[in-house]
Design a protein around this ligand. Structure first.
Ligand code: NAG
Ligand code: NAG
Ligand code: NAG
Ligand code: NAG
Ligand code: NAG
Ligand code: NAG
Ligand code: NAG
Length: 603
């Protein structure tokens, strides 16, 4: 059976006026009255809150709750935005281009999102990428960890959380490969910015797109005998297309159209680049224009101007673009690493159009010059505006603080699995981790790859090592992490002579940065290399740390950090997960799932 895919869409709110921030607030909170955020001073937000405010300790309380309803449905033989038929799409509110839709909040708002699962035979759960969810792990949306799946045929859940951060992000289903069926969309949270700008263009999600069925592609990725990259078991397929804001031309024939991003001549624009891909990572550049980065993920950074940006899966860059060139149309290009190690596409030149008002609707003529080769590694020159430092003495590089990522083939099933420190994560959908905590049984099944973090509020520092040539875009739930350092990416990881570079405490430790290193929620673990991250143990719950390549997550490349578990029952109401767990437990036995995949592997 080929299950086919497309992206759905939630376009509910237009950019919310910032004035919503001064909407009536609860009487007991003192919401400052005047919005001071203006085109010439974006650093200001409202009295008492600006770009220098540490949102981990101080967040405005607007008293506003915004409500959305996502009703999921399933459609066969869906004609995608590039004119190609897909056998199956999963939609949000009957809309087919979730990639163009976004939810919009102001910093300090609450959002309540009701998810209604009208899919035919799949559970679901929704994760809000990068949202801290302080004391709110229960709304993190990971089936098997923080909740049971929401059952199909009308199952519902209301997710409720505060916009403690501001900037740009996305949301997606965390169930099976639904992320590749289109259940994703963007999040925009209004707040201060480190540079003045005139116009906010909103979000530009740039995403890979597959015509083949997720299940069939996944079966092939799982087959060690037929890897997509010869000699590299577990390697992913090329995407069929790359969509910009949910659309593109069909690279092989008629159909579709380029996305057009409209600029007003003479003005400075803010654009929010988001990579919500299943697998592909790439470099974005614009012919004739540079981009000035003001935030990476949800972290505002010192303004930094560049000709190109590398986006791995899950990453975001908020940039400003000056419309200072002659009125015309210009290509926005996506290029891939020539090594093929971090994704590739059958569309040889994925592109959208930056179009100045008055330039007309022709295609650009200047093809520009390709940006430098990315080597599948993040740019690292980003300096967070709100500074933090990690005590150097906490770094030991002890084996107990190390996680080794390896690839393995299961001899019984002949399937490829990823392992972290020797085991591949499988979760029990019927019995999520939070339920174990609710029942105060501090023993968790070993196959869930749980790691209990010492019960203090120190930084936790992890050395992560990659024994494979494929780089992994790693994402941590519930925290921004600091990137203390990483190995230099090899120029040709796929060469047969490439071998893992092991962290050497004598030489490599001195290269680590402890004083305000880059901070974000997704970064690349280099091919055959290492990465050192740190985050604070201050958010009670079970938080996933995983590779954001959907195929790899389904193949087990994940751990769950159990953080301050003793406090979990005090800071959230664990009974809230029971209604859906009961509903799922009555649905699941009569509807057994026999496939390979699970998003998080399932037992
Ligand atoms: C939003 O959800 C919270 C938590 O469930 C609830 O207390 C509140 O009443 C809801 N608000 C609205 C407007 O739905
Ligand atoms: C999801 O639903 C499709 C049918 O629409 C089915 O083929 C697939 O096995 C289901 N997957 C899971 C994990 O439930
Ligand atoms: C993306 O598409 C939506 C819907 O067509 C549009 O409203 C929005 O302005 C587009 N985004 C950008 C950055 O142009
Ligand atoms: C940008 O995209 C256009 C359209 O696909 C293509 O002709 C051009 O060569 C690309 N330029 C670069 C630098 O990738
Ligand atoms: C990872 O494996 C090593 C070697 O077996 C072990 O010493 C270490 O404690 C493990 N790390 C964790 C976090 O379990
Ligand atoms: C609690 O832990 C024990 C020991 O590992 C196990 O046998 C038991 O099944 C667990 N209880 C529950 C309710 O999960
Ligand atoms: C960690 O936290 C504990 C308790 O807060 C403190 O006593 C200790 O010095 C900290 N540092 C280390 C390395 O554990």
């Amino acid at each position: 059976m080929r299950v086919q895919i497309f992206a759905a869409l939630v376009a509910q709110a237009a950019l919310s006026p910032c004035l919503a921030l001064i909407a009536p607030s609860k009487s007991e909170v003192s919401t400052p009255a005047a919005l001071c955020n203006t085109p010439s001073n974006r650093a200001c937000w409202i009295s008492g809150f600006d770009i220098n405010t540490d949102w981990e300790t101080s967040v405005p309380n607007t008293g506003v709750t915004r409500t959305y309803t996502f009703t999921l449905s399933e459609v066969d033989k869906y004609v995608g935005p590039d004119g190609q038929v897909k056998e199956k799409a999963m939609l949000i509110n009957s809309q087919t281009q979730v990639l163009t839709g976004w939810i919009v909040l102001d910093w300090g708002d609450r959002i309540n999102i009701t998810v209604v699962n009208d899919l035919r035979a799949n559970g679901t759960s929704f994760h809000w990428h990068g949202i801290r969810q302080l004391n709110n792990n229960i709304n993190d949306g990971v089936n098997g960890v923080t909740e049971c799946p929401i059952p199909p045929n009308g199952g519902t859940k209301i997710y409720s959380f505060l916009a403690t951060q501001y900037g740009s992000s996305w949301y997606h289903s965390h169930y099976a490969l639904q992320i590749a069926n289109g259940l994703t969309g963007s999040i925009l949270i209004n707040g201060p910015a480190s540079l003045p700008y005139d116009i906010d263009l909103g979000v530009l999600p740039i995403s890979d797109w597959y015509y083949g069925s997720a299940d069939n592609i996944f079966a092939r990725v799982n087959d060690p005998a037929k890897p997509f990259i010869p000699g590299v078991p577990g390697s992913p397929p090329p995407s069929d297309n790359i969509l910009f804001n949910g659309t593109n031309i069909n690279p092989t024939g008629p159909g579709g159209s380029y996305a057009r991003i409209l600029l007003t001549p003479g003005k400075r624009h803010r654009l929010r680049l988001i990579n919500p891909s299943v697998d592909n990572t790439f470099t974005v550049s614009i012919v004739g224009h540079s981009m000035t980065v003001i935030a990476n993920d949800f972290v505002p950074v010192d303004a930094f101007t560049t000709s190109h940006l590398y986006l791995s899966v899950g990453q975001r860059y908020d940039v400003t673009i000056d419309a200072s060139q002659p009125v015309d149309n210009y290509w926005i290009n996506v290029t891939f690493s020539g090594t093929g190690a971090c994704g590739s596409s059958k569309n040889p030149h994925p592109a959208a159009i930056l179009s100045y008002a008055g330039a007309g609707s022709t295609n650009p003529t200047n093809t520009g010059r390709p940006p430098p080769e990315s080597l599948c590694a993040d740019q690292t020159d980003f300096v967070p505006i709100v500074t933090r430092a990690v005590p150097k003495e906490l770094f030991t590089a002890a084996p107990s603080d190390s996680l080794a990522v390896t690839l393995d083939v299961d001899s019984k099933s002949s399937n490829v699995f990823w392992k972290v420190n020797g085991s591949s994560m499988e979760v029990i959908w019927e019995k999520p981790t939070l339920e174990f905590i609710a029942q105060n049984n501090n023993s968790y099944p070993a196959n869930e790859n749980t790691i209990t973090i010492p019960d203090n509020s120190n930084y936790s520092i992890w050395l992560v090592e990659n024994g494979s040539p494929i780089p992994h875009p790693m994402h941590l739930h519930g925290h921004d992490f600091m990137i203390l350092g990483r190995s230099v990416a090899p120029t040709n990881p796929l060469s047969p002579s490439a071998t893992p570079v092991v962290f050497e405490i004598a030489t490599d430790a001195s290269s680590l940065e402890f004083d305000n290193p880059p901070r974000r929620d997704a970064t690349v673990l280099p091919s055959f290399g290492w990465l050192v991250i740190a985050f604070q143990n201050d958010n009670p719950g079970a938080w996933l740390f995983h590779c954001h390549i959907a195929w790899h997550l389904s193949q087990g490349l994940s751990v769950q950090f159990l953080e301050q578990v003793n406090k979990v029952p005090q800071v959230m109401d664990l009974n809230e997960i029971e209604p859906n767990c009961d509903a799922w437990r009555s649905y699941a036995p009569a509807n057994p799932f026999g496939g390979l995949d699970s998003g998080l592997r399932r037992i």
